[in-house]
Write a protein that binds this ligand. Structure first.
Ligand code: F6R
Length: 609
């Protein structure tokens, strides 16, 4: 949720850190701050608001001839959990004696107890955050060895944290530690970095170490050492990041979201390639013995959960195996009926979502094998799951997921086809036919993207709706869930998705003039049913946007608008519907002039519960 970065090197840390924070702003954007080790000790500037507010403040300091500068620094972009967004609650935090400065991503669960203890010893706190206790506790413990201090602090903390720490007695040293929140260490030829995510350092290096829980990283300009919490040295191997800086730039598009929507044909091709030919994913898939299992449980959050709902229809149809889909936040507390004969599939773009991590650990504690579908290599879920296959989406920057979702769907389809074959539910010829159809999807996605103008035009007429409902039946209902989530999160228009048959069991009472109903229709045998739902809402004053490859409707009356999709088998139709749904949501939000890549109150990678 928050983003942290730290740098020690021969360059001025300020522009390096600000540039890195720009790449991390997707993780939280209600305040930002920076601390550098300047000529007279720590210089700290922190501001409520977007990163640009901090940048403006730094520029005005420059104009006043008081520029911030130094070769060691830490920075933070915040998504508030404890304490409102304000200058004082922004990071970095220092102890009262200004000897230790800290940036933190995570939640300290025992902060109240620590705070009370320190207050009883006369420490005065200035913020309402949980994070300040880290800096205050560090100062309390500090007696000349900052590495020992960080270890001691880590031993005392409960909860999740990725920390960057500077000490007033160490002008050339940056210390980091993490537990249950991501932290990478970057090694470049001009200095070394800590960061919450790779894009923050990619401009400087493609060599990164992934820090494991409770490993300590000690960074100087020219070397990096790793220790465990007994202070024994650890040998770690740097990994080479293969994607380039371009992935973290907008590349001429007005928003990352549009760029990422447009990247989907390539993302799908790369993901298919890795799973059906001899890529790494293929090897993992070949190792999963589906015959051992009598149930599949899919668990995830948000859009990743919606991918799971689509997959349930596909698995059940192709594999004739029972599939349950659970929100990870529910699964983790429900004492699920699973055992070693249940395959638990976790879906997560970031691989760091707190509820999905907890769901994975819950599954493991019940001896259920876990298979993760993850985008971020080196993430917690990727490391801990028994099996992991990767979506080849590259870094996804927009908060609303698009390309990672589409890649998740593709891997779930391929998984279902492979399992169906292994279970003897389909013959080799049928398996091959299905795989060929999967391979045709990227071109069909391109066809839809080529018609972007008509979707843009229609969406521009929809900004006035107070409510937009999404309906579909069967797998069209599953993808309607994603359409509705996408719309509400970036356009702030109220929206719900319903199974078409459910409408008249309550929701239809909300349908009136100035309601739009988006009806998904990719099932010929359900076409008449969804059309009768459409007629029912039209007769109550609603307008209908039809999306699908069903027969074209007469648009003359002005009551219908039809986005016609390319022909495809029903079970794979969500891969096409979702493209139209993403573009529709994007253009509604764009026409409203909203901050599409950073919707209010949201952050990518929900690493807190
Ligand atoms: C919606 C969206 C979120 C994520 C959810 C899970 O557009 O992006 O709903 O899908 O927070 O995140 P991951 O996939 O990182 O576990």
């Amino acid at each position: 949720m928050c983003g942290i970065i730290g740098y020690v090197g021969d360059k001025d840390a300020v522009p390096v850190i600000i540039d890195g924070l720009k790449k991390l702003e997707y993780r939280g954007y209600d305040s930002a701050g920076i601390a550098v080790y300047g000529k007279n000790g720590f210089d700290i500037v922190k501001q409520k608001g977007r990163l640009v507010v901090l940048e403006e403040r730094l520029s005005s300091l420059m104009r006043e001839n008081k520029p911030l500068s130094g070769h060691l620094g830490i920075g933070h972009t915040r998504w508030a959990t404890h304490g409102e967004p304000s200058d004082i609650n922004s990071h970095p935090h220092t102890g009262s004696k200004n000897r230790i400065a800290v940036v933190h991503n995570g939640i300290i669960e025992n902060y109240k107890q620590i705070k009370e203890r320190l207050e009883n010893r006369g420490v005065t706190f200035v913020s309402q955050t949980d994070s300040e206790v880290i800096a205050q506790l560090a100062e309390h413990y500090y007696s000349g060895d900052i590495i020992d201090t960080v270890i001691k602090v880590s031993n005392a903390l409960e909860g999740s944290y990725a920390l960057g720490v500077m000490c007033i007695d160490e002008p050339d040293l940056l210390v980091a530690i993490k537990k249950d929140n991501p932290l990478i260490i970057g090694k470049s030829n001009h200095g070394n970095f800590i960061a919450s995510d790779v894009p923050a350092v990619l401009k400087h290096t493609n060599q990164v170490y992934y820090l494991n829980d409770r490993e300590v990283a000690v960074l100087h300009e020219k070397d990096i050492q790793f220790f465990n919490t007994d202070r024994e040295p650890l040998q770690k191997k740097a990994e080479t990041i293969t994607w380039s800086m371009d992935s973290a730039e907008k590349d001429g598009y007005p928003h990352f979201m549009l760029k990422e929507i447009m990247e989907q044909p390539k993302v799908l091709r790369d993901t298919i390639q890795s799973a059906v030919t001899d890529g790494e994913n293929r090897k993992v898939l070949d190792n999963i013995d589906i015959i051992r299992f009598d149930k599949i449980m899919i668990t995830a959050c948000g859009s990743a959960y919606n991918a799971g709902v689509v997959a349930k229809y596909v698995f059940e149809k192709l594999c004739r195996i029972s599939v349950e889909v659970e929100l990870a936040s529910e699964f983790r507390y429900k004492d699920a009926v699973i055992n070693e004969k249940t395959l638990v599939i976790l879906v997560s773009q970031s691989g760091e979502t707190a509820d999905t991590i907890a769901a994975m650990r819950e599954a493991k504690s019940k001896s259920a094998p876990t298979l993760a579908i993850v985008n971020v290599v080196g993430s917690a879920i990727a490391k801990e799951a028994d099996y992991c296959i990767f979506t080849a989406a590259g870094p996804e920057i927009a908060v609303a997921t698009t390309k990672a979702f589409s890649a998740q769907l593709i891997l779930l389809y391929i998984l279902a086809i492979r399992f169906a074959r292994r279970l003897g539910k389909i013959q080799p010829e049928e398996e091959q036919k299905q795989i060929e159809e999967i391979k045709s999807l990227p071109d069909k996605v391109s066809e839809i993207l080529d018609r972007i103008g008509s979707i843009q035009m229609y969406a521009s007429t929809c900004i006035g709706y107070k409510s937009i409902f999404f309906i579909g039946r069967n797998i069209d209902y599953a993808i309607a869930l994603e359409g509705s989530l996408k719309l509400k999160e970036i356009s702030y228009i109220h929206s719900e998705a319903y199974a078409g048959g459910e409408l008249k069991h309550g929701t239809i009472s909300l349908v009136e003039e100035n309601t739009l109903v988006v009806a998904l229709s990719n099932y010929y045998y359900l076409y008449n049913k969804i059309m009768s739902n459409a007629e029912q809402v039209i007769s109550r004053g609603a307008k209908v946007l039809l999306i699908g490859n069903c027969p074209k409707v007469d648009q003359e009356s002005g009551k219908f608008y039809h986005i016609v999709l390319p022909q495809v088998s029903e079970i794979f139709s969500p891969s096409l519907s979702v493209i139209a749904l993403q573009l529709f949501s994007y253009y509604v939000a764009a026409n409203k002039g909203l901050d599409i890549d950073k919707p209010r109150n949201l952050a990518k990678s929900v690493t807190v519960e």
